[in-house]
Design a protein around this ligand. Structure first.
Ligand code: GDL
Length: 673
C-alpha cells in the first residue's frame, strides 16, 4: 500500500496529490500557493508540475529555462518544501524528440540539471498525447516506440540516480489508458514491452480504463500491474475540465473503492483549470486517502461543501440585507456541476422532475421552486467577496441561469401563460459555429458506453464480498429499498441513505460474513450478517454512526413533509439496536436482498444456508432476523429454513416479526427456547 492512514507515502510510492497537467492557462504563483495550502491541510503531499501550455514544459522543451522561469520555479520548490509537499518537475518532449539523438538527450539532462540546482529531486517524463509512431531513424535504431521511450527514460533515470540515489522518476506512456492500449496506440504490445524494458525503479502514470475514467476497480489495476510489471501511479482526470468549456466538477472523488489504494503507487489528480473550484475535489481526495476500508463519497462531499462555505461570503452591498449562501444552496449548485459521468442527487432529481413536467404535464411546483432557487442563487453568487471564485464560476453560472430561465418559460407556456419578455434570441442564445456543428452531429454514446460489458448470460454465483463491491451492494439496497421493490424513485435526494446503515457497516465490520451474488450484469444480491449483534451495534455506535450523523444532520420541521431519505437520516441520530430475546441464544443476525432479476430463481435458500453455515462455523449458537408481518412469502421462506417466531414489535398490521434459528443442538438438560 502506498498511502497510509495519514496520507503519507510508504516505501518508494508517491503520496496522493495534484498534477497541474491540463491544457489551458497555467496557474499563477498566487494560485499555486493557495493550492499548496489546501494540499497541506488535506494531507495531499505530491505536486506534479506539468502545465501543458507552459511553453517550457512542452513546446520549447529543448531550450534552457530562461532565468525568470528558473526563479519562478525556485520559489515554487521552496513553497512546496515549506508545506511538506514533494515537488515533481515534468518535461514533455514527446511531440518532436528524436529518441536516438544524443543532442536531444543532452538537452533533456541540461534541463534536469537546472531544476536539480534549485532543489528539485523528483522528475517526470511525459509522452502523453504524442505521435504513436517513430520517425524512420528512430524506427531503425529501436524497432518500437516502447523500446525508444524506455531507452531515453532509463538513461535519464541512471543519470538522476548518479546525482541523487533517492530521486524518483515517473513516466507517462503514450497509451495511458485501456482504450488507447486496445486501439493499438504505440504499436502492438506497446505497454507490455514498455513494462519489460523500463528500469523497475521507474514508476508509470496511468489514467484508468479511459482518459476520464468513471470507475477504476481493483481488478482493473491488477491487470495493469501485470502488464506494466509494477502497480501504476494514477493520473486521475476525474475532475479535469479542460476538455469542456461549459462544465467544471466539484463532486467527490468517487468510483474508486478504497481498496484501490493497495494497488497503486500513488494517486494524483489533474483537476479543474480554475483553481478556486478545486476545494471540494481535493478535500474529498484527502478523505479518500485517510478513510478506513470503506469510503463514502457523498458523505465526504457534504463535509467538503460545509468546509468550503466560508468562501461564499457575500459582499455587503445593496440596501436590503440578502440571505447568505447556505450549505444547502451550495450542495444544490455543486450537484449541477458534480462529476463527468454523474449528476449530484439534487440535480438528477430536478432533471427527472423537469422531464416529467415537460412531457407529461401535471404538478410542476417542485421544478419551479428548485429552478427559481438556483436562478436566484446564480445572481447572488456574482457578489461574492472572493472575486477569483466569482470569475471562475461566472460563465458556467451564466449558462446554467440561461437554461433554467428557459425551463421556467417553457413551463409557463405549457401552463398557458406564455411570456413576451423571453430574451432567448436565436443567434445569441446557443448560437455560434460550434453550436451549429453540435446540432449537425447528434451524439449518441451507444451501447459501448452505456453497457460496456458484452452480454454473456451465465448463472449467478455466490462469492465472498470484496471491498470494491460496495457500490454494487449499495445499488442492490436501493433497488430493493421500497419494501423489497425498487426504491430508486423514492430516494433521489440521497440514493445511498438506506445502504449507509444496511450495507456499509456489514462490509466494514463483518467482511467475512458478507457474500454477494453476481451475474453477468454485476452484483445482483447479497447476504450480510453479524456474529454478535450487541458487539456489532457497539462498534457501529462508536466507529460509524458519528461519521454518518455528522455528515447528515437530523432533519427538522414537520416529519410529514420529509422525504424517505430524511426519515432514514433521522434514524442515523436515533438508532434502534433491538435484539430479540433470548438474545444470548440468538446473538447473530443476518439479512438478504435480491434485485428483481435475481428473485424467484432459487438463489435465496442457498444464500441463507451459506451464511448460516458460516455463522455456525464461527461458533454462533443462534441467529435472528426481522421480517415484515405483511411479507407472507418471506415468512414462509424462513419457516422452510427452520426459523421460528421469537417476538413481534410495532403497530398491529405493520409489525416486525423476529424469527430465530438455533445453530447448535441444545445441550442436554437445557430448556428449549
Ligand atoms: C489528457 C491529458 C491531460 C488532459 C486530460 C483531460 C493525460 C495523461 N493527458 O489526455 O493533459 O488534461 O486528458 O483533458 O491525461
Amino acid at each position: 500500500m502506498t498511502i497510509d492512514a495519514a496520507g503519507r507515502e510508504m516505501s518508494r510510492g508517491w503520496s496522493a496529490g495534484v498534477i497541474e497537467g491540463f491544457y489551458g492557462p497555467p496557474w499563477t504563483k498566487a494560485e499555486r500557493e493557495r493550492l499548496l495550502d489546501w494540499m497541506a491541510r488535506f494531507g495531499l503531499r505530491t505536486y506534479l508540475h506539468a502545465p501543458k501550455d507552459d511553453p517550457h514544459h512542452r513546446a520549447v522543451w529543448r531550450r534552457p529555462l530562461p532565468a525568470g522561469a528558473v526563479a519562478e520555479l525556485a520559489d515554487l520548490v521552496a513553497a512546496c518544501a515549506s508545506r511538506g509537499v514533494d515537488f515533481v518537475w515534468a518535461i514533455h518532449p514527446g511531440l518532436d524528440i528524436r529518441y536516438s539523438s544524443a543532442d536531444d538527450l543532452a538537452a533533456l539532462l541540461a534541463r534536469l540539471e537546472q531544476v536539480l540546482a534549485i532543489g528539485g529531486r523528483d522528475f517526470a517524463l511525459l509522452f502523453d498525447d504524442v505521435p504513436g509512431t517513430l520517425e524512420p531513424d528512430d524506427a531503425r535504431a529501436f524497432g518500437s516506440l516502447a523500446a525508444a521511450q524506455a531507452h531515453v527514460a532509463n538513461r535519464v533515470h541512471a543519470w538522476l540516480s548518479g546525482r541523487d540515489p533517492a530521486g524518483r522518476l515517473l513516466v507517462c506512456p503514450t497509451a495511458y489508458c485501456t482504450r488507447m492500449a486496445d486501439a493499438g496506440l504505440g504499436g502492438a504490445g506497446y505497454l507490455g514491452d514498455l513494462g519489460r524494458l523500463l528500469d523497475p525503479a521507474i514508476d508509470v502514470l496511468w489514467t484508468g480504463p479511459e482518459i476520464i475514467s468513471r470507475e477504476i476497480t481493483v481488478e482493473h489495476l491488477r491487470g495493469v500491474a501485470r502488464l506494466l510489471g509494477r502497480p501504476p501511479v494514477l493520473w486521475d482526470n476525474l475532475f479535469a475540465d479542460d476538455y469542456d468549456a461549459g462544465r467544471f466538477f466539484v463532486g467527490p472523488y468517487a468510483g474508486r473503492p478504497a481498496g484501490v489504494r493497495d494497488h497503486v503507487r500513488g494517486v494524483l489528480v489533474n483537476p479543474n483549470n480554475e483553481l478556486p473550484l478545486n476545494f471540494a475535489p481535493l478535500h474529498t481526495l484527502g478523505r479518500f486517502t485517510q478513510a478506513g476500508a470503506y469510503f463514502d463519497p457523498r458523505a465526504a462531499y457534504l463535509e467538503a461543501i460545509r468546509d468550503w462555505l466560508p468562501a461564499f461570503t457575500l459582499l455587503p452591498c445593496g440596501a436590503e440585507p440578502r440571505p447568505p449562501v447556505s450549505a444547502d444552496d451550495l450542495v444544490l449548485l455543486g450537484d449541477c456541476f458534480y462529476l463527468p459521468h454523474e449528476h449530484g442527487a439534487l440535480a438528477r432529481r430536478l432533471l427527472d422532475a423537469a422531464e416529467r413536467a415537460l412531457t407529461r404535464g401535471g404538478d410542476d411546483a417542485e421544478v419551479r421552486g428548485t429552478a427559481a432557487r438556483l436562478v436566484a442563487l446564480t445572481n447572488r453568487l456574482a457578489d461574492l467577496e472572493d472575486r477569483g471564485l466569482v470569475h471562475a464560476l461566472a460563465r458556467r453560472l451564466w449558462a446554467l441561469r440561461d437554461e433554467l430561465t428557459l425551463l421556467l418559460l417553457r413551463l409557463d407556456a405549457a401552463a398557458g401563460r406564455p411570456r413576451p419578455d423571453d430574451d432567448h434570441l436565436p443567434g445569441a442564445f446557443r448560437g455560434g459555429f460550434v453550436a451549429d456543428l453540435r446540432r449537425l452531429l447528434p451524439f449518441d454514446p451507444g451501447p459501448s458506453v452505456a453497457s460496456p460489458r458484452a452480454f454473456r448470460p451465465r448463472p449467478a454465483i455466490l462469492r465472498p464480498a470484496r471491498r470494491d463491491d460496495l457500490a454494487g451492494c449499495f445499488r442492490v439496497c436501493l433497488e430493493t429499498g421500497d419494501h423489497g421493490a425498487d426504491g430508486t424513485p423514492f430516494y433521489t435526494d440521497d440514493p445511498d441513505a438506506l445502504a449507509r446503515i444496511y450495507v456499509g457497516p456489514y462490509l466494514e465490520l463483518e467482511p467475512d460474513l458478507a457474500f454477494v451474488l453476481e451475474d453477468e450484469q454485476g452484483v445482483c444480491g447479497y447476504v450480510l450478517a453479524a456474529l454478535d449483534s450487541r458487539s456489532f451495534y457497539a462498534r457501529y455506535e462508536s466507529e460509524i454512526r458519528p461519521r454518518i450523523a455528522a455528515a447528515f444532520p437530523e432533519p427538522s420541521g414537520d416529519p410529514a413533509t420529509w422525504t424517505r431519505a430524511q426519515h432514514v437520516h433521522r434514524s442515523y441520530h436515533h438508532p434502534d439496536y433491538h435484539c430479540p430475546e433470548p438474545a444470548a441464544t440468538y446473538p447473530a443476525h443476518a439479512h438478504i436482498d435480491l434485485v428483481p432479476r435475481a428473485q424467484g430463481r432459487g438463489y435465496g435458500g442457498p444464500m441463507m444456508r451459506h451464511v448460516i453455515d458460516a455463522l455456525a462455523r464461527r461458533g454462533a449458537p443462534g441467529v435472528h432476523l426481522g421480517v415484515s408481518s405483511r411479507n407472507d412469502r418471506g415468512l414462509a421462506f424462513y419457516a422452510r429454513l427452520g426459523f421460528t417466531e421469537l417476538e413481534r414489535r410495532g403497530p398491529p398490521g405493520d409489525q416486525t416479526v423476529y424469527l430465530g434459528l438455533r445453530l447448535v443442538p441444545a445441550a442436554p438438560g437445557e430448556l428449549p427456547s
